[in-house]
Ligand binder design. Structure first.
Ligand code: C2E
Ligand code: MG
Ligand code: MG
Ligand code: MG
Length: 281
């Protein structure tokens, strides 16, 4: 989002900018074949309770570019959103993640990120419903992660879709909580099932007193509204201690495990054998 704003704000046309637009265009063309050529991959990052018991995974997309190597979503999702290619990518992610999760033990859930663009085109509720039917995944085991950005553009349309999704029985999480705007009014407008505290707050725990207070307040808010909290980006035992003390329920972060090919978590999913032993974190 910040990148898009920055791009629009620059008025002087510099050669470097010309270059960047060219690079973007090239990536966009490359991306056109990415889904068909099987260049997209999903990594899975564990989500756990503060006692470190894994209860599910978040699917995180990567693009194995033929010449540039493995690219992260921050690099190509904004481009795909601008071109509309996110619709096809988003559908592929959802289908692949649900198909994968359907093979896991029933107590494990799957979280999938949705782009605001997916709310503006096509019938998202219909798509989710048909993928659930097709994959046989129990709706309650699917959690869809949205950011506040989803509710910014066409509030009533977004609300209508969120309600439709919820009626299917899927869970809705608010991702990156605290980094957008009007978060509190959105909490009032829609009964989110989970709040994910953005990792920028978690990262500053214990070094920044403001961050401590913000995280404490969000956990309290969740408790008051009866919405479980997931703290993102938990990297250290000290951060986990703080979160446990504040009675945060759930965590996600390198301390539990990184985003990895699902084979790395075979011990948890019971699917196949791990390629390498030891702790994937
Ligand atoms: P997100 O949904 O907030 O995902 C969490 C991001 O934080 C992931 O980055 C994850 O690898 C990273 N992370 C997790 N734990 C830690 C930690 O302990 N320390 C640090 N420093 N980072 C951690 P990733 O995979 O690069 O994804 C970035 C963002 O791209 C995601 O943020 C999400 O907004 C978006 N994204 C990823 N996959 C998809 C997708 O399939 N569709 C859409 N629309 N967006 C996606
Ligand atoms: Mg997410
Ligand atoms: Mg997040
Ligand atoms: Mg994020």
């Amino acid at each position: 989002r910040a990148k898009a704003d920055g791009r629009g704000a620059i008025r002087t046309f510099e050669p470097s900018m010309d270059r960047r637009m060219h690079d973007q265009r090239v990536l966009q063309l490359d991306l056109q074949n990415a889904t068909q050529n099987g260049e997209l991959e999903l990594l899975y990052q564990p989500q756990a309770s503060v006692d470190r018991t894994v209860y599910g995974f978040e699917a995180l997309v990567r693009w194995r570019h033929p010449t540039k190597g493995l690219l992260g979503p921050d690099f190509f999702i904004p481009i795909a959103e601008e071109s509309g290619q996110i619709i096809e990518i988003g559908e592929w992610v959802l289908r692949t993640a649900c198909r994968e999760a359907a093979t896991w033990p029933a107590h494990l859930r799957i979280s999938v990120n949705l782009s605001p663009v997916q709310f503006r085109h096509g019938d998202l509720v219909q798509l989710v419903q048909s993928i659930l039917l097709e994959t046989g995944l129990e709706p309650t085991r699917l959690e869809l992660e949205v950011t506040e950005g989803v509710l910014v553009h066409d509030f009533s349309r977004a609300l209508h879709i969120l309600r439709g999704l919820k009626a299917l029985g899927v869970q809705i999480a608010m991702d990156d909580f605290g980094t957008g705007y009007s978060s509190l009014s959105y909490l009032q407008a829609f009964p989110f099932d989970t709040l994910k505290i953005d990792k920028s707050f978690t990262a500053k725990l214990s070094t920044d007193n403001h961050a401590n207070e913000i995280v404490r307040a969000v956990i309290g808010l969740g408790r008051g509204l009866n919405i479980p909290i997931v703290a993102e980006g938990v990297e250290t035992p000290e951060q986990l201690d703080f979160l446990t003390q504040e009675r945060c329920q759930n965590i996600q972060g390198f301390l539990i495990g990184k985003a990895e090919p699902i084979e790395a978590y075979a011990e948890i999913t019971g699917r196949g054998t791990p390629t390498k032993g030891g702790n994937p974190a």
